[in-house]
Ligand binder design. Structure first.
Ligand SMILES: [Zn+2]
Ligand SMILES: [Zn+2]
Length: 440
């Protein structure tokens, strides 16, 4: 691009005020820091994953990295979580969150730094642990962001809050931190951000929807009280296996027949347990469901539909009113993650101006994965943007298309992302966003 008079004047003004570096300078500084520091840090995190709510060494390393970068760090927030603060003059309070936990998966990625770590799980079993969702790129990125922001304090004003969150994979860590009164203790953010590396998106691309990037999720149990009998005398009982099967099938019409066609919802019966032996009609069946929604109205329709179907199928089977199937909705549900429209449009224009118009990977969301990030942002409402960062080189997608090895999904033992590209772009987008928001 040929410099115009305006850009020349602007550059001179910025230089005169000691102001903003260019996008190219930022990318170069991040690249340098990656090679000098972040690559080794990622290697450490990747080799040493820890299970949800057991992220003790991860949190300790993250805390020491953030302290070294000049932040005031409080550990043990929500058990293994941490909050790092940098105050830098008047202006808004902006929060950036990274989740820290690994998964009980044995790594088979073939990477040189593949995890061999083992840990005792929540039930006391020794299991292999792997960063099979890429949270190691998030925490390494958080350190990269912290270092960049600290190194360019003259370019922003306000307070930066960095959060290391436990237990995203158990969808509880954000809630536990909120129960620890973080906003009362550290201040309530004016804006919040987070990113997830995405193995389904090519490296070098961002995903930032002016919409809902993640769904709400509820966990539901249905307990069916049958009437036990001999398998050869079914007329003497009420068979909970037959009743449970009818409930599973009838649930399929809750989404297809009661949700408006353009509203998204999922009811999946993930487990069905009943019975002990061939010739015994059991007196109990237990169904376990996951239920997904993109808004409150859909959630009410789905949960109400499940209750209506389960109880009325019990009546159809002839169960007395006090023995109808019980529908138990867990209080562990998460709301949908909804990107604030105005904030997300603002960040999208910052990113496309700095990184190019084609920086975005625009793809319709097909599944209904969930996140616990909205526990930070729903009540009280904080405008937030949750964005995605591409993790898989385009060549791998091309190879898959040509009939080669498929690109491994998140949570797979084969999961691997291009850490350097993901972390560098994640840091760059985060720093650009933070500097946009952190102004007097
Ligand atoms: Zn995950
Ligand atoms: Zn994840």
């Amino acid at each position: 691009m040929r410099p115009t008079l305006t850009t020349l004047l602007l550059a001179t003004t910025l230089m005169a005020t000691g102001g903003s570096a260019t996008a190219g300078d930022l990318a170069a500084a991040i690249e340098q820091d990656y090679k000098a520091h972040l690559a080794d840090l990622f290697d450490y995190f990747h080799r040493n994953p820890e299970l949800s709510m057991m992220e003790h060494n991860t949190a300790a390393r993250l805390a020491s990295e953030l302290r070294d970068a000049g932040y005031e760090v409080t550990e043990g927030v929500g058990d293994t979580g941490l909050v790092a603060i940098m105050k830098n003059g008047p202006g808004p309070l902006v929060m950036m969150r990274a989740d820290m936990d690994g998964l009980p998966v044995q790594e088979k990625s073939g990477l040189a730094n593949a995890s061999k770590a083992q840990q005792e799980d929540w039930d006391g079993n020794l299991v292999y642990v792997m960063h099979a969702c890429g949270h190691d790129t998030h925490i390494t990125g958080l350190v990269g962001t912290a270092r960049r922001m600290a190194a360019s304090r003259d370019e922003w004003s306000g307070t930066l809050m960095l959060i290391g969150q436990p237990a995203e994979e158990r969808v509880g860590g954000a809630k536990i931190m909120m129960q620890d009164d973080i906003w009362d203790r550290f201040g309530k953010p004016d804006y919040a951000m987070a990113f997830h590396v995405n193995s389904n998106v090519p490296t070098g691309k961002l995903v930032a929807v002016v919409d809902s990037p993640y769904s709400g999720a509820d966990t539901v149990d249905i307990i069916i009280h049958g009437i036990g009998a001999h398998g050869a005398y079914p007329h003497r009982g009420v068979d909970p296996v037959v009743l449970g099967s009818q409930i599973v099938l009838a649930l399929q019409t809750v989404v297809s027949r009661t949700l408006p066609p353009r509203a998204a919802g999922v009811i999946t019966v993930g487990s069905f347990h009943a019975g002990t032996k061939h010739n015994i009609i059991s007196d109990r069946a237990h169904l376990q469901l996951t239920v997904r929604n993109d808004n409150f109205e859909t959630r009410q329709i789905l949960l109400g539909g499940i209750k209506r179907v389960a109880q009325n199928m019990g009546r159809v089977a002839g169960l007395p009113e006090d023995k109808l199937p019980e529908v138990i909705v867990s209080d562990e549900g998460v709301p949908p993650t909804i990107n604030d429209m105005e904030l997300t449009r603002r960040l999208r224009s910052v990113w496309s101006a700095a990184l190019g118009e084609d920086i975005f990977h625009e793809e319709k969301r097909l599944g209904m994965g969930a996140e616990d990030f909205p526990f930070f942002t729903v009540d009280p409402y904080i405008p937030s943007t949750y964005f995605g960062v591409g993790g898989t080189p385009q060549a791998d997608f091309d190879r898959e298309k040509a009939g080669g090895a498929p690109v491994p999904s998140h949570h797979s033992p084969l999961f691997k992302v291009d850490a350097e590209s993901s972390i560098r772009l994640g840091v760059e987008a985060t720093v650009l966003g933070l500097k946009e928001l952190l102004q007097e």
